[in-house]
Design a protein around this ligand. Sequence first.
Ligand code: ADP
Ligand code: MG
Length: 447
Amino acid sequence: MSGKHWPPGTQCVTKHDHTKPKAQELAFRKGDVVTIVEAVEGKGWYRARHNETGQEGLLVGRMLRQRGAIRVDPKLSLMPWFHGKISGAQAVQELQPPEDGLFLVRQSERHPGDYVLCVSRGGQVTHYRVRHEEGTLSIDSLHHFSNLIDMIEHYMKEQGALCTKLVKPKPKPGMKSAEKELAKAGWLMNLQHLTLGDRIGQGEFGDVLQGSYMGQKVAVKNIKCDVTAQAFLAETAAMTKVQHKNLVCLLGVILHNGLYIVMEFLSRGNLVNFLRTRGRALVPARQLLLFALDVAQGMDYLESKKLVHRDLAARNILISEENVAKVSDFGLARVNPKGTDGTLLPVKWTAPEALKHNKFSSKSDVWSYGILLWETFSFGRAPYPKLSLKEVTELLEQGYRMEPPEGCPPTVYALMRCCWEMEPGKRPSFKKLTEKLQKELKHLRGV
Ligand code: ADP
Ligand code: MG
């Protein structure tokens, strides 16, 4: 354990209290989260920043442990206080013994679609109807909220029209608070330290904003809808399990405005835009190969963790200031429970067996990787130009495959073709792809 090395930017949890620091040392309590700034000269010492206080100081590496992974668990809830369809009388039962500010939310029986906020005060339970008003939720027609999470967050800070400020959520039996679990494992970040900036992208489920967290540049994905936010916990859980130089790093989450997913910021944006805006003149073939190798290495690691991406495409590859390519959006496809019609599937990237029989695997990721290679060597063109989704599906069945992009090295095109084998077992592994690309790079250096 003592030999563990913590690269800059890593978030770690402290194993012990250290409340009487010597000069230049960092003070912390057991379970605090710190960010590594750099390793310093000397045996296992680091400069680190305390995530809560923002202070910087020295500490010794063996005081640190890795943050625990969050397990995907359907009982893990962003809204543990949401009890669904229970009656008013049942709600009163649930709020026993009485405690001022103890609360829950239930679905209204009398007004389908509306909610009821039940709050205990002075031994009495008051039921507040939460109405839908033009796409928002409101109790008093004065304050409007886009979802229940925001509403509860608001009334935990301000009493407003209620009989008391909300103090303590009453969890639905069997439900675990995602907030508590995330905090315990060290993944919950503090809203106060976050400054939000410009919008840098639009995701399918919400905006991506640039921001800064205690001086570190970050990207923040905001999921506003509470049901989607709940589903996104699964993606976040997948991200807590992995750490690799070619995977976008999750820094943590904040439960505000739905859900904020805070990630490292990759200044050069996604691979499609990177290539389109620069083109052949500015990006040498060697750089294309390096990107392809980065992605293959990230995917090889994901495969080793038994994680299937399902949405591997150049738009989901992000580029760092140092031109390192990193895979993002893993686990996303699961958020969107697609039916068999597959209308929401990225058809042109998805392997035939995944499209037809919902058979997603690392081998279907390899198919998508072949498309990504094609996008890369065509400098960001959309695949199967001029073909409709239906035509693509039919032509693939008949054995048709895309032509090589202009100027693409034959060896690279050969790689694409073996990724597009109809039989998943015949496709190479990401490990094999990594080896072949490394060979290709050596060859390029040789000439
Ligand atoms: P979604 O998959 O939900 O549609 P993405 O995660 O792909 O959303 O993000 C949409 C866009 O936002 C990306 O294509 C990229 O341009 C930008 N973006 C997302 N995450 C980052 C990040 N960590 N750093 C820089 N830009 C990002
Ligand atoms: Mg995406």
